[in-house]
Design a protein around this ligand. Structure first.
Ligand code: AMP
Length: 141
């Protein structure tokens, strides 16, 4: 059995508007925003608004909505930033590398022959991340 969801996690606070983020997309079900420590240019996170800890406890219906929006946002990010490809990551539980216990997909635009910055990456430049978020928002239409 997995640990119960704890709504004091940092992404729950972002959903509630208690801490800021560089928002890329929001609707009733999903929120996407720039990762504060990007491991590639344009690294963003897509999360459901409903509580779920990770892939091990999310309801299949909720996961279906999340992955559909993740694909849409990932395609917009690749197009907006002129990337050559994409890495999609999801970590479940500490043993799987998870640090924030509200399920999220990492969307990492990638360029040929450019390695991802190793974890933990330095804090992103806020101005650059705001510009990237604006480009991706524009590509989403
Ligand atoms: P993980 O739980 O290992 O899949 O990764 C959590 C991710 O959340 C890391 O890539 C962090 O850089 C990112 N992160 C942590 N706090 C924030 C925040 N306040 N805003 C945006 N991203 C964050």
């Amino acid at each position: 059995m997995t640990t119960p969801y704890d709504d004091t996690n940092i992404f729950a606070k972002i959903i509630r508007g208690e801490i800021p983020c560089h928002k890329v997309f929001e609707d009733a079900d999903v929120l996407a925003f720039m990762d504060i420590m990007p491991r590639s240019p344009g690294h963003l996170l897509v999360i459901p608004k409903a509580p779920a800890r990770n892939l091990l406890d999310i309801a299949p219906e909720q996961l279906a909505v999340l992955i559909r929006q993740t694909q849409r946002i990932a395609k917009a990010a690749v197009s907006a930033l002129g990337a050559d490809g994409l890495t999609l990551q999801q970590f479940s539980e500490a043993a799987g590398g998870q640090e924030v216990f509200h399920i999220h997909f990492h969307v990492l635009p990638r360029w040929n022959d450019v390695r991802m910055t190793p974890h933990p990456a330095p804090m992103g430049d806020k101005t650059v991340q705001a510009e990237q978020a604006a480009k991706i928002r524009a590509a989403l239409g």
